[in-house]
Every structure is written in structure tokens, then in C-alpha cells.
Design a protein around this ligand. Sequence first.
Ligand SMILES: [Fe+2]
Length: 325
Amino acid sequence: MDYSHSPQFNNSTKRFENPNGEKIDRGFLEVFKVASNYIKRDYDEWENKGFPSINPSKEDLADFSESVIWIGHSTVLINHKGVTALTDPHFTKRAGPFGMMGPKRITPPPFNIEDLPKIDIILISHNHYDHLDKQSIIQLLQNQPRIKFFVPLGLSPILRSFGATEISEVDWWQSVECGGVNIQSTQVQHWSRRSFFDRNKTLWSGWMMSWEDFSFYFTGDSGFSGDFIKTAQRCGNPTLAAIPIGAYDPREFMKVAHMNPEEAVRTFQDLGAKYAFAIHWGTFKLSLEPMDEPPMQLNISLEKAGIHHSKFKCLKHGEQWRSPF
Ligand SMILES: [Fe+2]
């Protein structure tokens, strides 16, 4: 596909790029070393038992309004003023192709996908398997075929192949009005790949949802950069932000693509968010830090920054945070 109109698209390589030059290209030997360290990793008790979660009932979910639930990893359910949105829906057992490969889920989803309330909007951050899950989307569309999807450049074909029909594909900073909400794609530092041959052929994105009286920022998947200051300048300060805190070790390898808890706190500050909660931890074993380390490090970083933990919460899987935020 030709995306030459996009400032993020390199016309010679036909691939998207981070404007700050962060390529996230790794040599074979480096990838091999990290992969073998992952395979030989120390025993992590959380991988076997998962994290305790809160399991909302069907009735709770049917009445879901004016609140947010962290379902797990980067899957967030949020409702404001009658509009319900879901981010990067993932309810299956593995983050990989064919449902058999890739890291396995260690904390089960807190409820069945069929029990979700009516969803108006789905935001997709990028095409990595832990964020774009074919089976979850197919299942969702079986019950709710009219969901509107918002995706970064290049992701329409794969969403259509999953059965989605209402898709808005946008570049960074473009926005679409939908049911009284302004939905704007935001610049983040990451990359994309779904197979051996499609590295960075599709874009990655954060998302700002702005109502008249409330806004929600979904970071998606991102390394720490100056992007969040730019986001606040262009989209305003979010009322509530979902910020990733996990999958950061080995640091040199991961830091371009994934922020650590200290950087998550800086992201919160750069966004000028009123409130935030942590995502992207405790669900899939993607990296080498112990699975319970991100929330502990988040607390330390919040304390250092003088931010009360009621402002930047570490919710349990399935936990609901009700407005007022
Ligand atoms: Fe990713």
C-alpha cells in the first residue's frame, strides 16, 4: 500500500518510522541472545498462579456506566455519557499466531467476552499479537457486528479479514467525531510486525478520546519519549490515562519500545493527566523482569515523584474504577 501522504512513511523503504529515528531494529544475534535468556529465565511464581483478579458479574457488566475496568494487558473497558469503548481487546490464551504460539496468558480474563456490554467503539494501538487478537475480535463481531473500529494506517485490511465493516483508519493527529466523542490518533514510539515480512508496514498509535467534559488517553504500547508533551499540547491534558508499566527488561533491548514504571510516571506528568491507571503488566510473560515487579516499582516511582497512589492506580485485573475520576 502507498502511504506516501503520511509524514511517518518512508517512501524508499515503504515502511513507517518513528520521527525521532528510533528504529527498534535488532541484529539476529541480539534477538537470539534475548530469546535464549527468555527461555532459560528464572522461575517466576506468578507465571503458574497468575494474579488475583476481580470478577464482575453479568449484571454488573450489563449496567456498566461512568467507569473504567482494566480487563488485563492493554484491554480496557470505559464508558462515559452513554458511549462505551474497548481498547486492544484480548481474551484468549496466547499472544501469538494460530492461538498456539507466543507467550501464554498467566492471568485469565476476569469475565467471558460474551458478557461484555454493548460496545460502540474499539481502539486498536497496533498489530502485535498481544494487542491485536484475531479470535477476540471475531468473537466480538459475532455478537456485535456494528462495532466501530479506529485503527492506525495500514490496519484496515486485517480488520476487514476478521469481519469488521466499520473501520476508521487514521494517521497520527487525525481525528474523527463519533457519537459526541472526538477520537484522535496520537504519536507514540513503537513498531509493528505480524509476520517475518511485514515489519513496520503498518503504523502504531496512542488514542485520545475527548468528550466535552472528560477525556481518556490510551497510550497503547510505547517507549518513553517527548511524544507525551506533544500529545498534551495538541490534544489537551487527559482526565484519565491508561499507561503501560511492564515488559521493560532487558532494559537496553526493550527501552525503545516499552517504558518502565519510572518512565510511566514521567508520562503521567508529561501528559498532565489528572488520573491514570497501569496497563501492560501481569497478564502475559513478555520479558525478563519478575511479573510482580512493575507495580512495586510504580509505587516507588510515584513516591519519589510525590504523587499519591490514588492519582495513578494499579488496578487488579477486572477491577472497576468508578467516576468521579
Ligand atoms: Fe507492541
